[in-house]
Structures are given as C-alpha cells and as structure tokens.
Design a protein around this ligand. Structure first.
Ligand code: NAD
Length: 260
C-alpha cells in the first residue's frame, strides 16, 4: 500500500507499509526501527534477544506505532522462513527488510578458529541471504520491495579481524548480485557501511571501544562519535518508496572518515 497523496508520500512515507528490522532489540537496529515507525511503518523486530525485542516493540507501540517482536536466530533457516510467512499472513505484506543483525567479536588472525570464522560469516552474511530469500515471495508478488544490507567501513581499512571484514565485504557482493537479479521484480537492494557507531555492541568490547573512538574520531571530517540515529536516517532514505531509482549501491556513513 502506497501513500495516497504527494503530501503523504513525504510526510508519512511508510504509511501502510510493513518492514522487518533484524537485530532491532538494541543499537543501530533499534534506532532504525524507531525511525521507520515514526514515519508510519508497521515495524517487525526480529532478534535473538526475545526480551529486548519485546521491549523495543513495546516502546514503538507506546509512541503510537504498530509494532511486533519475534524472538529468533537469523541464521536459522526454518525459523526465518516461518517468521516471514507469519508476518505476511498477519500483516498482509512485507515492504522492507533491513538486514542489520550482526556480531563483531574482536578475534585477530592468529587466534581465529574455523568455528569463529563460520559463526561470524553465518550471522553477518548468511543471515542476510536467508532473510532476503524468506521475504522474496511477498515482495515478488507485490512487485515492490526494499532490502538494505549492512556492510561496514572496515571493508576499506581492514580494521576488525579477518572474519568480520570478510563478512562485511561479502555483504557488498550479496547486495550487488541480488540488486541485479531482483530489479525485474520491483525490488531494490542497497547497502550501508557505518563508520564507528556508539552502540551497546561496541561498548561490549570494553576499553577497546574508547581506544577505537580515540583513533577514529580525529580522522573524521565530522569530529564526533557516530550515533545509531545517523545510520537510521540513511536506512530510512534507502527504503523510502520515493527512492526507486537507486539499487546495488553502497552508502558510506562514517563522518567523512573515508571516500570511496
Ligand atoms: N557499531 C558500529 O560501530 C558498527 C560499525 C559498522 C557496522 N556495524 C554493523 O551494524 C550492525 C548493528 O551493529 P550494532 O553496533 O548496533 O550491534 P549491537 O550488538 O548493539 O546490536 C546487534 C543486535 O543484533 C542481535 N543479533 C545478534 N546476532 C543475532 C542473531 N543470530 N539473530 C538475531 N539477532 C541477532 C543482537 O541480539 C542485538 O540486539 C551490525 O551488522 C554491525 O556489524 C556496526
């Protein structure tokens, strides 16, 4: 369902739309969920953290939005497929998918095991493929969809451990290939590459988080810490119905730290 007047298209661009945001119990995903809900989207939170997901959805509902939560692991194909079918069954459509869920444990090359490598690739990259496959039937039948994948500015500088950097570079490849194949179905696929963003996940790195900010902020043109809302604003643009001529692109949101 699209906004009915030109005014609505800009004032409440997501009115009547349904969007899934993965990893939205906290951090960037939660800010994305808030931003989309504020502009009228019915937001569905998918997160491993069931309590956090429910709290995020409750916060959106208390602000007057329509929101619901699913506790699920985005690497679990059966769970993701069933959840996508449930969203479509209950809400009738799926307009946007934001593949934000991700992990970034700091594991240097010398300590990295195959098990670590597989876990990071599964959560960061395989999940985006699984979730995109799961929403595809709804988007194809509607002949409309917006998918946003999460890369990272680390693909430019290699900071972040081999598995994490490789997983984010793979997200860019997935974006470009799926953009090519899904365009004929009216689906755009773009990626955002956040710079260093102050989130709960980053804080979990302990003192390393402050070390990273101390190193990164002075090299940015905009000399402050990145905020989840900075990324949410970009995602809102990427999934906007009016943004229909942009696909396969990577948008770097890092305070001007790097150009590519
Ligand atoms: N924070 C940064 O500096 C930064 C920079 C570049 C890219 N990113 C990317 O942005 C995204 C969000 O990062 P963040 O800092 O907000 O992270 P975060 O740790 O604060 O939040 C991530 C959320 O994803 C959920 N999640 C993790 N694994 C999951 C799984 N298997 N299934 C379902 N949910 C799962 C977590 O429960 C959590 O709610 C990630 O893809 C990350 O790689 C973050």
């Amino acid at each position: 369902m699209q906004p009915t007047t030109a005014h609505d298209a800009y004032a409440r661009p997501f009115q009547g739309q349904v969007g899934i945001v993965t990893g939205a119990a906290r951090g960037i995903g939660r800010a994305v969920a808030r931003r989309l809900a504020a502009d009228g989207m019915r937001v569905v939170v998918w997160d491993l953290d069931g309590d956090g997901a429910e709290q995020a959805a409750a916060e959106l509902r208390s602000a007057g939005a329509d929101a619901q939560a699913f506790a699920l692991d985005v690497t679990d194909e059966a769970a993701v497929t069933a959840a996508a079918q449930a969203v479509r069954g209950e809400l009738g459509r799926i307009d946007a998918l934001v593949n934000n869920a991700g992990i970034y444990p700091h594991v240097p090359f010398v300590d990295l095991t195959l098990e670590d490598w597989r876990r990071i690739m599964r959560v960061n990259t395989e999940s985006a493929f699984l979730c995109s496959k799961a929403v595809f039937p709804a988007m194809r039948d509607q002949r409309y969809g917006r998918i946003v994948n999460f890369a990272s500015a680390v693909f430019l500088n290699g900071v972040g451990g081999p598995a994490y950097v490789a997983s984010k570079a793979a997200a860019i490849g997935l974006t470009r290939s799926s953009a090519r194949e899904l365009a004929e179905h009216g689906i755009t696929v773009n990626a955002v590459a956040p710079g260093l963003i102050d989130t709960e996940g980053l804080r979990d790195l302990g003192p390393r988080a402050d070390e990273l900010f101390g190193f990164v902020v002075p090299s940015q043109l905009i000399r402050r810490r990145g905020r989840p809302e900075d990324i949410a604003e970009c995602v809102a643009f990427l999934v906007a119905p009016a943004n229909g001529f942009m696909t396969g692109q990577l948008v770097n949101v890092d305070g001007g730290d790097s150009f590519h």
